[in-house]
Design a protein around this ligand. Structure first.
Ligand code: GLC
Length: 464
């Protein structure tokens, strides 16, 4: 199964890949390089058990919410605009969102088909959305007068969703937040503060499913004492998974704003904004369409990864209207198409020009993202009869049956060793933004377009 860290097979593959370099490098170098790559991505113990639910969950909601939401100009406003700390701190006196705003987020997440939520407990600005004994710069001791993280945890659980905490190691507010890099006393204080806050987060809210570290500037993993940090986390939360942003590999990798599958065997999650900002940005109207979101989700599932999609609630906690309508539209697709996403395995199929694929066992789910419909060629090429053919070149495993996922209607098909052709399909896409075809095969499905390229009979077709 996936999520095993680097398996022996992957290790051997790595060795083989590195072997290509061995021709020009000193003996043993390639071996060392391969070992290093493997060690660099080795997850903490008991990884497979802890991460299993997450591998199946595929889709999560990220929430960026803090004092920056009041400014409404991206969560980096404090640094980008060089806002003096005493001025920025005043925001804490005005951050008083409506009670249980998180219930709205959780409801929307469930409707969208998201299975877990990850909320900023403390972003780079240094303000804690939770109650803490370690600073007064926290929601409970400022205008809000209550623990916003607790409300979040309860809201997520209320909708049956798993809970994750985002925590920024980088801190623009704490007196030792930058000094720690050059002053050992400051480092010790700041590391104690950081471990202390994380310890509180891991102790005061019951079972937490994910710890999502962010930006480890300005210290190294050794200076953050990240090994000790993770050890404490696992002691307090034996089932939790942690990401790779405290300088250690953690349980999963975190490509940001792009989708990139990690090496096979390594868990990964692409995090992405819905417009171009994580925190609420009033003027940012560069919203992704529901189709883009659905396609991204499919691409993540295709690569065996997860998709963590962000919302930036307004200062009162309400969700921007565009966000609501996009996620509701996404939910109209994830609901009926659930089996083609959740619990699927990393697919070995190449993407297609108008389709993408997910897989489970002997079943391939073909997600037709741009439904081909009628083609002008059918007028004069008998090859294209009947109208609206969907064809997958290099589909090498014998197919038993094909049906539309929505509605379950069987689809006729023909197959030879070069391609699988689905026929008798409607000219208009039965489902939007992607129509899923369930293709059941006789064995582990294989797509090999190389085979097609090499073995396609070449003959003179009358044109020379
Ligand atoms: C970056 C940004 C930050 C955001 C995060 C999400 O590290 O600094 O604002 O929270 O990405 O992945």
């Amino acid at each position: 199964m996936r999520g095993k860290g680097t398996s022996r097979r992957d290790y051997l593959k790595l060795m083989a890949a590195a072997g290509g370099l061995a021709a020009t490098a000193p003996a043993g170098w390639a071996q060392e390089a391969a070992k290093k790559t493997m060690a660099a991505e080795e997850p903490p113990p008991d990884h497979d058990r802890r991460i299993q639910w997450w591998q199946e969950a595929k889709f999560g909601m990220f929430i960026h919410w803090g004092l920056y939401s009041l400014i409404g100009r991206h969560e980096w406003a404090m640094e980008m605009e060089g806002i003096p700390i005493p001025q920025y701190e005043l925001l804490a006196k005005h951050f008083n969102p409506k009670l249980n705003a998180a219930r709205e987020w959780a409801k929307l997440a469930r409707q969208a088909g998201q299975k877990y939520m990850v909320m900023t407990t403390k972003h780079h600005e240094g303000f804690c959305n939770f109650d803490t004994k370690l600073t007064d710069y926290c929601a409970a001791k400022q205008a809000a007068g209550r623990d916003l993280v607790r409300e979040f945890v309860e809201a997520a659980h209320g909708e049956g969703l798993r809970v994750g905490f985002y925590y920024s190691l980088m801190d623009w507010h704490h007196p030792d937040g930058a000094l720690c890099a050059t002053d050992e006393g400051a480092r010790k204080r700041f590391v104690a503060y950081t471990h202390g806050l994380i310890g509180e987060l891991m102790s005061n809210y019951g079972k937490i499913d994910i710890l999502w570290y962010d930006v480890d500037w300005p210290l190294s993993a050794a200076q953050w004492e990240s090994e000790k940090m993770n050890k404490m986390v696992f002691e307090l939360q034996p089932d939790i998974i942690v990401n790779n942003r405290n300088g250690l590999p953690g349980d999963f990798s975190t490509p940001e704003q792009h989708i990139q599958a990690a090496a096979k065997g390594r868990a990964w999650e692409a995090c992405m904004t819905l417009n171009d900002s994580w925190g609420y940005h009033k003027a940012d109207d560069n919203w992704k369409t529901p189709k883009t979101v659905v396609n991204n989700l499919i691409t993540c599932a295709h690569g065996g990864g997860n998709y963590l999609l962000n919302i930036g609630p307004k200062p009162d906690g309400s969700i921007p209207e565009e966000t609501v309508s996009i996620l509701q539209a996404v939910g109209k697709w994830t609901g009926p198409n659930a089996t083609a996403i959740y619990g699927t395995e990393r697919s070995n199929f190449n993407q297609h020009v108008y389709a993408n694929f997910t897989q489970r066992g002997n079943t391939v789910y073909a997600h037709i993202e741009n439904w081909p419909g009628d083609t002008p060629a059918e007028q004069w090429l008998s090859f294209y009869q009947p109208p609206s053919v969907i064809s997958f070149g290099g589909f090498r495993t014998k197919v038993k049956s094909v049906q539309l996922l929505a509605g379950g209607k069987p689809v006729a098909f023909t197959q030879d060793d070069l391609s699988l052709r689905l026929t008798g399909l409607p000219a208009i896409a039965p489902d939007q933004p992607a129509t899923v075809l369930v293709i059941e095969c006789e064995g582990q499905p294989v797509m090999d377009r190389d085979y097609l390229r090499k073995n396609r009979p070449r003959f003179k077709a009358g044109i020379s």
